[in-house]
Write a protein that binds this ligand. Structure first.
Ligand code: FES
Length: 314
């Protein structure tokens, strides 16, 4: 029996784990979009980028080291009926096999489509998390417009240039002096469930004590005294106490609050922040401030880990 002649086989690159790592990175990005866009998705993007680069590097080095066409004398030794190894893939003048070109082109096209589909929503998520919401200070009037221990409903236009879309409502209570300075509780009327406007549970005076309009008669500021025992949401029955803590219904946290300052004897409304739960009452309340979150988002408790991690400022 004639010994079998050695047969040249085309050199194939060894299998790599880079595509698996790349796929895991993409999976982490998708999970992160649901769980935590800022942190988990960025980790997934880093994993995908790292393994993608390693994968592309392997492919490109494989192309560089593609087996060259056989030397002329060896090609002549091969019978015409048996094509030289690689001859099917390499035509005269080709620098690397067509199959490798197609592999690279498919990979590149897939990456392009993936980028076009993924980058805009991820960019929006990250940009909104970084930018947050911008506020303008609003002059709410003289301190004497806010009697001590009483709630006043303040309806105001935050940005006169923006008009009605910037109209807001806040529930303001003068808590008296704290270390010689006036102290206020200022609650947002945005429900922490889905954002409906919460209403005071109790009588509201028929006439405002202060009404400020512009030259065209548009209301810029209205202050109306009220005696609420709490606040209720007309949409799904969410209930809050006078500190804004949730007492019943579907809201996930306390009502948001506003920062404030006193300038020239006037109350100036600042930016809003989110609150998980208020401990204590009035000027003795202890409040941990979180960046303003959307309705329905937890900022504390075990559920908090299912949402973007908030930055704790105080
Ligand atoms: S929006 Fe307020 S309870 Fe649903």
């Amino acid at each position: 029996m004639e010994p079998s002649k050695g047969v040249d086989k085309p050199h194939l690159p060894p299998p790599t784990l880079w595509p698996v790592g790349f796929a895991i990175g993409v999976a982490v990005i998708l999970v992160g979009l649901i769980v935590n866009p800022l942190v988990v998705s960025l980790i997934g993007a880093a994993i995908a980028a790292l393994f993608g680069l390693l994968w592309v590097r392997d492919l490109s080095s494989g192309m560089r080291h593609a087996e060259p066409p056989p030397p002329p004398e060896r090609a002549a030794a091969v019978p015409a009926s048996e094509p030289a190894p690689g001859a099917a893939e390499l035509e005269t003048g080709e620098r690397y096999p067509r199959s490798r070109f197609l592999e690279g082109a498919t990979l590149g096209l897939g990456a392009l489509i993936g980028g076009v589909v993924t980058i805009p929503p991820v960019g929006l998520l990250v940009a909104s998390a970084i930018e947050g919401q911008k506020f303008q200070d609003v002059d709410l009037g003289l301190l004497s417009d806010f009697p001590s221990g009483k709630f006043v409903i303040s309806t105001f236009v935050e940005d006169p240039k923006a008009g009605e879309v910037s109209r807001r409502t806040a529930y303001i209570r003068n808590n008296g002096l704290l270390r010689g300075q006036p102290s206020f509780t200022i609650l947002s009327n945005r429900c922490a469930h889905l954002g409906c406007p919460v209403q005071p549970n109790g009588p509201v005076d028929a006439k405002p004590t202060r009404l400020v309009t512009d030259k065209a008669g548009v209301e810029l500021l209205k202050l109306t005294p009220a005696q609420p025992a709490g606040f209720g949401c007309p949409c799904h029955g969410g209930q809050y106490d006078t500190e804004g803590n949730r007492t019943a219904g579907p809201p996930v946290r306390a009502l948001d609050r506003y920062r404030y300052s006193i300038k020239n004897g006037r109350l100036i409304l600042g930016s809003a922040y989110s609150v998980d739960k208020v401990k204590g009452t009035g000027k003795d309340a202890r409040i941990k401030q979180y960046p303003l979150h959307n309705p329905g988002q937890h900022v504390g408790g075990p559920e908090f880990w299912l949402w973007p991690i908030p930055e704790i400022r105080v």
